[in-house]
Write a protein that binds this ligand. Structure first.
Ligand code: CA2
Length: 150
């Protein structure tokens, strides 16, 4: 039975489209949800798309993914640069995961250059706006296929 891909979004991503369009673009998080749903459907997958401003809730969702998801995409927002709790949850989760960012965090302020969660994911895609999410779904689809046929 196929389980959904969890797409988890962290703090302040609910503000997308309303502020800082020069940095984060004009699309809303709902636009990105629709893009992800369309991309996943084209690849025979489904998504469970969520956002939280609370670290603990994100940790709980990563734990939940262990049983209830086939893969996971995580944009941890600013928690990317601080959260050992999210890293530990990802390390404990055998489900394949991809870290995404709308912006190229390495071209931004030095405090954004370090990701605490990268060590807990299969790979990371950043800098392509909402396309980062679509590319992550493609990468997960290939990873899930390879694990089923191997
Ligand atoms: O580029 C990304 O996707 C980030 O994860 C976005 C985070 C930022 O802290 C990371 O360094 C990189 C910020 C998300 C907040 O998004 C806003 C959108 C509109 C207005 C204000 C914040």
């Amino acid at each position: 039975m196929t389980k959904p891909i969890y797409v988890l979004n962290g703090p302040n991503l609910n503000l997308l489209g309303s502020r800082e369009p020069d940095v984060y673009g004009k699309e809303t998080l709902e636009d990105i949800r629709a893009l992800c749903e369309r991309k996943a459907a084209a690849l025979g997958l489904s998504v469970d798309f969520r956002q939280s401003n609370h670290e603990g809730e994100l940790v709980a969702w990563i734990q939940e993914a262990r049983l209830d998801a086939d893969g996971m995409i995580v944009n941890a927002g600013a928690l990317t640069h601080t959260s050992i709790a999210m890293l530990d949850a990802l390390l404990a989760c055998p489900v394949p995961s991809v870290e995404v960012h709308l912006t190229n965090i390495f071209k931004r302020e030095p405090f954004r250059h370090q990701s605490y969660i990268s060590k807990g994911v299969k790979g990371m895609i950043c800098g392509f706006g909402s396309l980062s999410y679509e590319l992550a779904i493609e990468a997960l689809a290939a990873t899930i296929d390879a694990s089923k046929s191997g």
